[in-house]
Design a protein around this ligand. Structure first.
Ligand code: SAH
Ligand code: SF4
Ligand code: F3S
Length: 455
C-alpha cells in the first residue's frame, strides 16, 4: 500500500509526438510501454508533460523540417519549465545524431531507431543534466528478436487492430530513399516471437493484425519465409483478419498470391508500391521491375481475387522525369485503377544516390504533376465508390464515430473505411452491412441485421 502511494506521487507524464510511417507509430507504442514501466503516464497535452519525445521521420525534407520547427516552438515551454526533458528519436535522430544537440540546444537527448529500449538508461543519465546522443546500431544479425520479450510488454490491453513488426531495416537501397540509412540493414524477427506477440494480442481482444516491415515479403527467419509466417498466424484462433505492409513488387510471387485464397484471415487487400509508370525512371530508382512485370504482379492477385483492393505509392518529379514519363505514371494509374494512392513530390535526401543525379525538377513542375495525378485518382475513386454502393460487406467495428451520433466506424476486408448508421455494435464485432453511399474517403452503410449485442 505504502509502495503504491509512493509510486502515485512520483508518477511523471510523457507526451510523444509521432511523425512518419506505421513503423514509427509502432515504435511510439513500444516507447510508451517502456516508459509506463518507468512510472510515466501518457498525456496529450505538451504543457502538462515532464518529458516530451519527438519520434521523427526524414523520408522527405518537409517531414524533417517539421521536427526543427517543433523544437523551435518548444524553446518557450522549456524556458518556463526548466525541468522539462526533451528527447528526439526516430529516423532524423538516427541520421543526425548529436548534430541535433548542437542545432537545438533545448534538446536533452537523442536516441536512434535501435535504441528505444534503452530509454530507461538514457533518462537516468539525463536526470543528472547530461546531454546524451545514443544512436549505435546493434549487432548485424540477419535474424533476431529485436523487440525484447519483457514481461511488462505483455500487460497492456490492446485495441481491436494492432500491428506487429516482423522485419526492420531494408536492403534495397532504392535511389531516392533514406530508410536503409535510418533503419539499417534488413533484420527478420524470429517467428516464435512474432507468433507469441500475436497470441498475446488476440488474447487481449485484438481481432486484426497488420504485419509491418519495409519489405515484408523478403522476410526469412529460422527457415520460415513470409508465406509460412502468414500460415502460422492464420492458425491463431479468434484472429479474424491479417494484413501486411509493405510488400515489394519484385518479391511478390504466385505463392503469396495463392495465400489470399487459402488463408481465411488474410484480407483481400494489398499495398503494392509502384513509384513510377516509366521503365527508365524505375531503373533510375533501382526498383528492379518494369511496367510489364508490375502488370503481371497485379494480375497475379486480380486473376485470383478480382475484387481485391490495391493501393500504391507514387513519386512525381523524380530527377530527369520528362513530361512523357510523367504521363506514363498517369497511364499506369488509369490502367490499374488503384483503390488508394499515396503520391509524393520527389524530395532529395542527403546520402541517397538520386540526390546526386542531375536534372532536379523545379517545385512548380512537381506541384503541377502532383495536382494532375490527384485529380485523375479522385475521378477513379468516385467511380469505384459508386460501384461499391449497393454491395454487402463485412465490417470490423472499431468504435463510435467521433462526430455522428449512433454511428459506428469500421473497415471492410478491403480496408475501405465505413460509417454505419444506427449501429451500436461494440468495437471488435464483425458485422454485415449494406453500402448505401459514399464520401470521397469513406463509405456509408446500414447494418444488414441487428446483432444481439447492444451498447
Ligand atoms: N518500404 C516502403 C516505403 C517506405 S517510404 C516501400 O518500399 O514501399 C514510403 C513512400 O515514401 C515510398 O514508397 C515512396 O513513395 C515515398 N518516398 C520515399 N522516399 C522519397 C523521397 N525521397 N521523395 C519523395 N517520396 C519518397
Ligand atoms: Fe525505401 Fe525502397 Fe527500402 Fe522501401 S524498399 S524502404 S522505398 S529503399
Ligand atoms: Fe519516415 Fe523513418 Fe518511416 S523516414 S517513413 S519514419 S521508416
Amino acid at each position: 500500500m505504502k509502495e503504491h502511494s509512493q509510486k502515485a506521487e512520483t508518477k511523471k507524464k510523457v507526451h510523444i509526438q509521432t511523425y512518419g510511417c506505421q513503423m514509427n507509430e509502432y515504435d511510439t507504442n513500444k516507447m510508451l510501454e517502456v516508459l509506463r514501466h518507468e512510472n510515466y503516464s501518457q498525456t496529450d497535452c505538451q504543457t502538462e508533460a515532464d518529458l516530451i519525445i519527438l519520434n521523427t521521420c526524414s523520408i522527405r525534407e518537409k517531414a524533417e523540417n517539421k521536427v526543427y520547427s517543433e523544437l523551435g516552438r518548444l524553446r518557450e515551454l522549456k524556458s518556463v519549465k526548466p525541468d522539462l526533458k526533451i528527447g528526439v528519436g526516430g529516423c532524423v535522430a538516427q541520421q543526425e545524431g548529436k548534430d541535433i544537440l548542437r542545432r537545438a540546444n533545448n534538446v536533452d537527448f537523442v536516441f536512434g531507431t535501435d535504441n528505444l529500449f534503452e530509454l530507461p538508461k538514457i533518462l537516468r543519465r539525463v536526470a543528472g543534466r547530461k546531454k546524451i546522443s545514443m544512436t549505435e546500431r546493434h549487432a548485424r544479425q540477419k535474424v533476431r528478436n529485436f523487440i525484447p520479450d519483457y514481461t511488462f510488454l505483455q500487460s497492456k490491453t490492446f485495441g481491436v487492430k494492432a500491428q506487429i513488426a516482423i522485419t526492420k531495416g531494408c536492403n534495397n537501397h532504392c535511389s531516392f530513399c533514406v530508410v536503409p540509412f535510418t533503419r539499417g540493414v534488413e533484420v527478420s524477427r524470429e517467428p516464435e516471437h512474432i507468433i507469441s506477440e500475436a497470441r498475446r494480442l488476440v488474447a487481449a481482444g485484438t481481432r486484426e493484425i497488420c504485419l509491418l516491415g519495409q519489405n515484408v515479403n523478403s522476410y526469412k527467419a529460422n527457415g520460415t519465409d513470409f508465406v509460412e509466417l502468414l500460415r502460422l498466424l492464420d492458425e491463431i484462433e479468434n484472429l479474424e483478419r491479417l494484413r501486411f505492409i509493405s510488400p515489394h513488387p519484385k518479391d511478390f510471387h504466385s505463392e503469396l498470391a495463392e495465400a489470399f485464397i487459402t488463408l481465411p484471415s488474410l484480407c483481400e487487400q494489398m499495398h503494392l508500391p509502384l513509384q513510377s509508370g516509366s521503365d527508365r525512371i524505375l531503373r533510375r530508382m533501382r526498383r528492379w521491375y518494369t511496367m510489364e512485370t508490375f502488370y503481371e504482379k497485379v494480375a497475379l492477385l486480380r486473376d485470383r481475387i478480382p475484387h481485391a483492393t490495391l493501393s500504391t505509392d507514387l513519386i512525381v518529379g523524380f530527377p530527369g522525369e520528362t513530361d512523357e514519363e510523367f504521363e506514363m505514371t498517369m497511364e499506369a494509374v488509369r490502367n490499374v485503377r488503384f483503390d488508394l494512392i499515396y503520391s509524393f513530390k520527389y524530395s532529395a535526401r542527403p546520402g541517397t544516390r538520386a540526390a546526386e543525379y542531375p536534372e532536379h525538377l523545379p517545385e512548380n513542375v512537381k506541384s503541377e504533376r502532383l495536382k494532375r495525378l490527384l485529380e485523375t485518382q479522385a475521378k477513379i475513386i468516385k467511380e469505384k465508390n459508386a460501384a461499391l454502393t449497393g454491395s454487402f460487406q463485412e465490417v470490423l467495428i472499431e468504435g463510435k464515430h467521433h462526430r455522428k451520433e449512433n454511428t459506428a466506424t469500421g473497415r471492410t476486408r478491403g480496408y475501405h473505411s465505413v460509417a454505419i448508421k444506427d449501429c451500436r455494435i461494440k468495437a471488435g464485432e464483425l458485422l454485415q452491412v449494406h453500402i448505401t453511399g459514399a464520401n470521397p474517403n469513406s463509405l456509408i452503410a446500414e447494418p444488414l441485421y441487428t446483432s444481439t449485442v447492444s451498447g
